[in-house]
Ligand binder design. Structure first.
Ligand code: BG6
Length: 498
C-alpha cells in the first residue's frame, strides 16, 4: 500500500448508521489515521435519519472499532484524538434541506478544520438512493469546486443495478452529475492484497507469464465458498441470490484479472481496458446439456461447525417458495486469443463446508511422460493456487522423484503473506479508501466494466428465470449440491476442496 499521505479532506458517509460504516469504513479510516496516512486536517461526517449528537455517534462507532481492531491500536487515548474529527448530521438523501445543511457544515469544516474543499462522498445506502443523493449533491453545488485543485469524488457501493437495463440507467443517471473520473464504484475484493497480487504474480514473473495461456493451462477453478448463511439479510438476499450478490461483481473481477492480457501500464485506464476486454469476451453460457449447465442450489436446515443453521426457506425475509439460489456453479470460456477454450469453473455459495476464496490454475500434464505413473498423488497436473483468503498466499504444486523408487510424488511449495508482513495486511477498505482519497481509480470499477458484466449475467439470469429452475437442495457444511460435482466429472475433473 502506498505510504503517501492524503491531502486535507472531508469525507461524508451517507448511511452512517449501517453496519458497513461501523464495521468497515470507520475502522479503516482509524487505521489509516493511526498509520499517519491521513492529512492532519480532515473531517468525517456521518449522515443518517436517526437523531444523534456527534458524541453519541462517535461512541457508537468506538464499540465496533474495538471489535475490528487487529493490532491493539484502538486504545481510548488513540480514539480520543481520532474522535475529534467525527461529526454527525441527521438527514435524508431524498431531502434537499439535508444538503443545504451539509453544504453549510462543509464550509464550516473548511473554515475551522482547514479542509479546503476536498470532499469524498460515500454512498453506503440502498441503490434506489444513489440517484437522489447525486442529484441533491449536484443541486447544492457540492459536486464541483471552483478551484481546480480541489477534488469532489463519490464512492458507490454495490449493487450497481440488478440487471443490464438498470445498470445502464444508473450509469446514465450518475453521469448527469459526475464525470467518470469522479466516480469510484467499489468492489471490496479488489482491495484485498492477494487479489492485487494476481497482476504482480502474472506479469512480474516470466516463469508464470510464459505459461499463462491456452497451450499450457488445462482449466481454472475460481471458488468463493462461505460458511456464513444468509442470517439477517434475508430480505436483500432473496431479491438478489448468489449470482447477483457474488458472481456479477467479485467473481467477474477475479476472472478478469486471471484472464486479462498484459496491460500497457499499471495506469487505471490501461488496467481497466484489459479487464473490460476479458468480460466482453466471455462466451454466453449454454444450457444444452449437464456439462455446461448452470448449477443452482439452496441450503436446507442442518448444522455447521456445531451451530444450527436455519434452512434458507425458513429464513426471515425469504419467501417460503423462493427459488433464489444460495449456491451456483458453472463453466465459462473467455474467447480471447490467449484463453480461448480454457474452461474456467466458478462456484460460490453460503453455508458451505469451509470459508475459502481460491483461484486454482491447473496446467496440462506433460505429453509423452518419461516417468512412471506417480506413486502417491492422484493428479497428473501441476497447479498454482492463489489463496485469496484465509491463509492468504500462493502455493505451487509440482512433482519430484520419489527417493528409492522409479516414480514421482507430488510436492507443494507455499508462501503465506503473514509470514513476511511485519504488521497485519491492510484491510480492503483501508486500501480502497486511501486510493480514493489519493485519486487512484485503478481498483475501482469503471462504468463499461459493470455493464459488460451485466451483459453476460443478465441473459443467464433470464434463462434461469424462464426455466423456473428450482435450485437443488444441499446440506449446510457440504460443498453444494451433487450436481456441482457432476459438472466437473463431466469434464473428467473435480473441484479442489482441500
Ligand atoms: C459481499 C456480499 O459483497 O461479500 C456478501 O454481499 C458476502 O453476501 C461478502 O458475504 C463476502 O465478502 P468477504 O470479504 O467476506 O469474502
Amino acid at each position: 500500500m502506498s505510504s503517501t499521505k492524503t491531502q486535507p479532506f472531508s469525507i461524508v458517509i451517507f448511511g452512517a448508521s449501517g453496519n458497513l460504516t461501523s464495521l468497515k469504513l470507520i475502522p479503516a479510516l482509524f487505521e489509516l489515521y493511526h498509520h499517519g496516512l491521513l492529512a492532519e486536517d480532515f473531517s468525517i461526517t456521518g449522515i443518517s435519519r436517526r437523531e444523534l449528537s456527534n458524541e453519541e455517534f462517535a461512541d457508537k462507532l468506538f464499540t465496533d472499532v474495538k471489535k475490528a481492531d487487529r493490532c491493539g491500536n484502538a486504545t481510548q487515548e488513540n480514539w480520543e484524538s481520532f474522535k475529534s474529527h467525527i461529526y454527525y448530521l441527521s438527514g435524508d438523501g431524498n431531502d434537499s434541506d439535508t444538503f443545504t445543511r451539509l453544504s453549510e457544515h462543509l464550509s464550516q469544516m473548511a473554515y475551522n478544520n482547514g479542509t479546503p474543499g476536498n470532499c469524498l462522498f460515500y454512498c453506503s445506502v440502498k441503490p434506489n438512493l444513489f440517484g437522489a443523493i447525486s442529484a441533491n449533491l449536484h443541486n447544492s453545488g457540492l459536486t464541483k469546486s471552483d478551484d481546480p485543485d480541489q477534488f469532489r469524488r463519490v464512492i458507490i457501493e454495490k449493487p450497481f443495478g440488478t440487471d443490464l437495463e438498470t445498470a445502464v440507467a444508473l450509469n446514465k443517471e450518475l453521469k448527469q452529475y459526475f464525470t467518470e473520473e469522479q466516480l469510484y464504484r467499489i468492489d471490496h475484493y479488489l482491495g484485498k492484497e492477494t487479489v492485487q497480487n494476481i497482476l504482480a504474480l502474472r506479469f512480474a514473473n516470466r516463469m508464470f507469464e510464459s505459461v499463462w495461456n491456452k497451450d499450457n493451462i488445462d482449466h481454472i477453478q475460481v471458488s468463493v465458498c462461505e460458511t456464513v448463511d444468509v442470517g439477517q439479510r434475508g430480505g436483500y438476499y432473496d431479491e438478489s441470490g448468489a449470482i447477483r450478490d457474488m458472481v456479477q461483481n467479485h467473481i467477474m473481477q477475479l476472472v478478469s484479472l486471471v484472464a486479462m492480457e498484459r496491460p500497457k501500464s499499471l495506469s487505471a485506464d490501461d488496467v481497466r481496458d484489459e479487464k473490460v476486454k476479458v468480460i466482453e469476451a466471455i462466451r454466453p453460457v449454454c444450457e444444452n446439456n449437464c456439462c455446461c449447465s448452470v448449477v443452482t442450489g439452496q441450503y436446507t436446515s442442518g448444522s455447521l461447525d456445531g451451530k444450527e443453521i436455519t434452512g434458507y426457506l425458513e429464513t426471515e425475509g425469504v419467501a417460503s417458495d423462493s427459488i433464489t439460489e444460495t449456491f451456483t456453479a458453472f463453466k465459462l470460456y473467455v474467447d480471447t486469443p490467449t484463453m480461448k477454450d480454457v474452461p474456467i469453473y466458478i462456484r460460490t455459495g453460503k453455508a458451505l463446508a469451509k470459508k475459502t476464496t481460491e483461484i486454482c490454475i491447473f496446467f496440462k500434464p506433460i505429453e509423452n511422460p518419461l516417468f512412471k505413473k506417480e506413486c502417491s498423488c492422484n493428479s497428473t497436473m501441476n497447479s498454482l493456487i492463489l489463496r485469496i483468503q484465509p491463509n492468504d498466499g500462493v502455493s505451487v504444486n509440482f512433482f519430484t522423484h520419489k527417493t528409492g523408487q522409479q516414480c514421482l510424488e507430488g510436492r507443494e511449495l507455499t508462501f503465506y503473506y503473514p509470514d513476511f508482513c511485519p504488521s497485519p495486511i491492510p484491510s480492503a477498505y483501508e486500501k480502497l479508501l486511501h486510493d480514493a482519497l489519493l485519486g487512484d481509480q485503478t481498483l475501482f470499477i469503471r462504468s463499461d466494466e459493470t455493464e459488460a458484466a451485466w451483459r453476460f449475467i443478465s441473459p443467464l439470469l433470464k434463462s434461469i428465470k424462464e426455466k423456473n429452475k428450482t435450485p437443488m437442495p444441499y446440506a449446510p457444511g457440504s460443498f453444494g449440491p451433487e450436481s456441482s460435482d457432476q459438472l466437473m466429472k463431466c469434464g473428467g475433473r473435480s473441484w479442489k476442496n482441500q
